[in-house]
Design a protein around this ligand. Structure first.
Ligand code: SF4
Length: 228
């Protein structure tokens, strides 16, 4: 895979077009209306391996039952499991419940803003840590999940092959995170939009099996899309 470099990676054009598109087309999702870290983290746990449309049904129901981190931390495990019923992957509910207790016991009830601390919490990996830091605290942090990694690979790299050895794959992941960090706008509020925009593009246009390059707002800045 060629490394991205200036003539083939018009970062500024990509960012400008992506943000403009997002400001006109953003999906109207309930967790985008809040900066409450608890509500953001609940949405991020629910969205792991679950479709947005499904989470939209369960998210308000769960929050009606457990409106605060403290309420969740006090709940018995069986009740939390029941509130999660139907969403599947119950390990997420267990982790979220444990996280609530750890935050109450060890962080005075405040979900940390720093990704390095967030990743020490149950069920929180690098992506979720970046997402919470950006979406709840508007910090200047990248949040690279599978969809975002796919978009960045297609836009900025050439000749990407899926089948790679384990070591290479780890290097590639680091490379994509480093790229995502270099792309971040300067202001936290714009980073919030930028990260959301990358997710929307990966979920609705630059989809896994058949990317919709002809209707893509960043096609002119995309190394893969320009060839289609
Ligand atoms: S032009 Fe195609 S490959 Fe590039 S980001 Fe858009 S949909 Fe994805």
């Amino acid at each position: 895979m060629d490394a991205p470099h200036a003539p083939h990676a018009p970062h500024a054009t990509f960012k400008r077009r992506l943000l403009k598109w997002y400001r006109n087309q953003a999906r109207d999702l309930p967790w985008r209306l809040t900066r409450d870290p608890y509500r953001v983290i609940v949405s991020e746990f629910m969205l792991q391996q679950t479709q947005v449309s499904r989470v939209e049904q369960y998210y308000p129901r769960f929050l009606a039952r457990y409106p605060t981190l403290e309420a969740l931390s006090r709940a018995p495990a069986s009740a939390v499991r029941e509130a999660w019923d139907g969403l599947g992957y119950y390990r997420r509910a267990e982790n979220l419940h444990r996280l609530a207790r750890v935050v109450v016991d060890e962080h005075r009830g405040t979900i940390p803003a720093d990704p390095a601390t967030l990743v020490t919490l149950p069920g929180v990996g690098a992506y979720t840590a970046g997402a919470v830091a950006s979406f709840a605290y508007e910090r200047r942090e990248a949040a690279v999940d599978t969809n975002v990694a796919r978009v960045l690979r297609r836009v900025f790299f050439k000749g990407v092959k899926r089948e790679e050895g384990r070591g290479k794959s780890t290097n590639r992941t680091k490379e994509i995170w480093a790229l995502a960090e270099t792309l971040l706008p300067r202001k936290g509020r714009t980073v919030w939009e930028f990260n959301q925009a990358l997710m929307d593009l990966g979920a609705t246009v630059c989809i896994a099996r058949k990317p919709k390059c002809q209707m893509c707002p960043v096609q002119s800045a995309c190394r893969t899309g320009k060839q289609r």
